[in-house]
Design a protein around this ligand. Sequence first.
Ligand SMILES: [Fe+2]
Length: 255
Amino acid sequence: MALLEQHRMLVSWLRRYVDGFRKDRRLPPMMQSKWEHSARVARLCRDIARELDWAEEDSSLAEAAGWVHDVGRFSQWAEYGTMTDALSIDHAQRGHDVLVAQSPLKDHHGRGSEALLDAVRCHNMLELPVELAQGSRELSWLVRDADKLDIFEVVQDYLQQGRLGELLPRLEAEGPPSPPLVEEITRRRRGSYSNAKTIADFLLIMMSWVYDLNYAPALRRVRERDVLGRLRAYLPRDGGAASLLAGAESHVAGA
Ligand SMILES: [Fe+2]
């Protein structure tokens, strides 16, 4: 079967799979927002792949990977009632397992299938495993970039509505950045969720993602959309946040 057809089949399978979680035709709101996120990530993957002059088949693979990258979220929510991995399961590994067990990928061993499965499994890792094959690595980089670009916007929406706490019930709404987290980001240009105690910590972790963008078109979008400028208003002015923001801004400007 042609690769483009395989990608179309995978997305149709995903639609049917997600429809299985509907009640009275509706998805629970958390699932609905993941579904919309998946559609936007798919589009970003395709657009960035084309900007990078990837072959049509690779751009279509990237789009399919964007569609399915969060497939693990649906059964995670259905079984655990949370999308916090630390309180339930690793949703990326779950997504990989769902695809292997249930999607048309279980019968395809063609070019791209392995990269797609790897990209799903690795999309939320702090760092990609060193042993990842090159094709898997390039696709994973793209899915990770597109995912981050969309999450910047999702979080910004929640911030504007004053509702970010609903997404992050485990974190304290008020309070300065946690010193171990500020130290970690200063030293390593990334922060671990295990060091996050406050919403400010979460925002700083998200801000540090600009260091982990892989492709120029993704960084360009961060600049054009003024992602960091819009975040500034919601960051505390003390506790080291301002200097972390300045560092991130110069990285984005100079990239
Ligand atoms: Fe995810």
